[in-house]
Ligand binder design. Sequence first.
Ligand code: ATP
Length: 617
Amino acid sequence: MSPRVNSEITKDIPKRKLDRNGIGELIHIFKYLMPYKGMYALSMLFLFLSTLTALAFPALVGPLLDAGNESQTQSFLIRLLPNLPELNVNMVIKILVGILVLQGVFSFLKVIITTYVTEQAMADIRKDLYTRLISLPISFFEKNRVGALLSRITADVTQLQETFSWTLAEFIRQIMTLMIGASLIAFMSPRLALVMMSTFPLMIIGAMIFGRFIKKMSLKTQEELAQSSVIVEESLHNISVVKSFTNEAFEQLKYYTGIDKVVGYAVKTGVYRAFFSTFIVYAVFGTILLVFYLGVKQVEAGAMTNGDLLSFVLFTVYIGASVGGLGDLYGRLQKSVGATERVREILYEEEELILGKNIAPLDIEGNIQYKDVEFSYPTRKDIITLKGLNLDIKAGSKVALVGGSGAGKSTIIQLLMGFYDIDQGSILIDGKESNTYELRSLRQQIGMVPQEVILFGGSIRENILYGNPAATEAELVAAAKKANTWEFITSFPEGLDTLVGERGVKLSGGQKQRVAIARAILKDPSILILDEATSSLDSESEKLVQDALDKLMEGRTSIIIAHRLSTVRDVDQIFVLEEGQIVEKGTHLLLSELKNGKYRNFLQMQNEGASSNELVL
Ligand code: ATP
């Protein structure tokens, strides 16, 4: 895996200190490797072996040069391993070829095993993250943006993948190279090693200074580019607004200004980069030149063999590359800690239900009572949305909630579904506190036909089966027929398998509503919630929907969130809501005759609406 590819995805991940806490975080996420610990240990062993074999090259190229020479006895290899027989060129070449073969094998096995282990561990993390996310309560999603959550599943996990498969291994490899390489050159020639090492601080300080400037500038470039993308996104999303105001030129100017700024910052970054690379060229080649110069003098003085000098220079290059790479790796590890922290934050959130646990089917009649219910949304604790609300809905009856926008109609329903906990009072279902029911069993008993029907990308069949994936084909067809969808479904050549959504056919508002009704019929709940569509359908479509709804409501407790009064005339009870309280209740007949009544007032407003005889609440 190339770490460069991922830098775009992972660029927003915050860096965290690599202190005790940071390392602790990383260790926590390591538990995902535990099921594969044997394999991971094996991959580490191959990493160790492939690093050793890689280091054998510079160590053996020198002796190759000295092989057969008289000076060979002074070479570092003979000094290090005095029992070594005298080496000749053939022998060294054979050893080198052997090592080359081994290195290839070790690297191959290392990559294969590491990929296997990390992919498995990452899949486990992704699965756990998604399972946790989908089991979290609605309130969590109100506090966190979906975009940010998506990034945790993609960017943060990609970062961790990079850590397990590449960064960590590379870190270990570089440290090993540094330690073994430094020890060997110190053994070859302590004086020369000291000179070489003394150039490091200068290089590190230089890299840090330039690095800081470059980072600052590229951050500015990125920010400015992001701003410009926002201009493009907003103007294209709202293209009709732009065009109707004939503001194309205005948007163009905004975009040009942004892009010109990007160029400015990017060129500045380029200048810093140019200085930096020149500095690195001077520093690296300067050091090598210096080592050569001093080394040749040592060779002339007989203090070093030619081969040792060659090995020394090669090790210098290896060590330099390791030191250079460590800074980048350190940054990556810091990011990994940031990613781990964010992933763990989700994994530690408390879920509202445990997936995988069997749900006991619930048999309820559908009596609903709200007793002095007080409620504030978790994100807006200062505003009381329901203020001591009382409701009594008999099983099998049909009621309507009527009230102006923001009165609290949807809130009542959300509480019934158990999306939030109430602050005071109680909600009883069949006389039992609703929160004593198993959440999923209860939700299975509540069907919903929402205002804005959302279909999943897939076939009509899949969308209807969403109500009950275990339904038989006969049940599915029966539900589709009952919901008045059969006629339009069979008019499509692919019938139930017709694709809907972005890549499929676009269903009309009324058709979508009927699919939602078919879904609800399949679910067969005791309690039904109908959130009436605000936009009115044409009369033909309206009739089909209404007919389907009537069939659906039969024998169930039905709560209609009414936006148009014309549809609630024949319900058993109307509840009029105002600012989170029930201010009136009764039948249409009763309420419409109540002097100065709110409902009567709504009706009058509706009648005064000259052009439209519907009042949208
Ligand atoms: P409408 O007919 O416009 O849908 P409604 O009667 O259904 O209105 P609710 O959606 O229940 O009204 O809203 C009641 C109040 O609670 C409003 O003031 C609304 O701003 C607030 N509210 C609704 N949902 C949330 C939420 N998720 N977080 C915070 N406040 C909310």
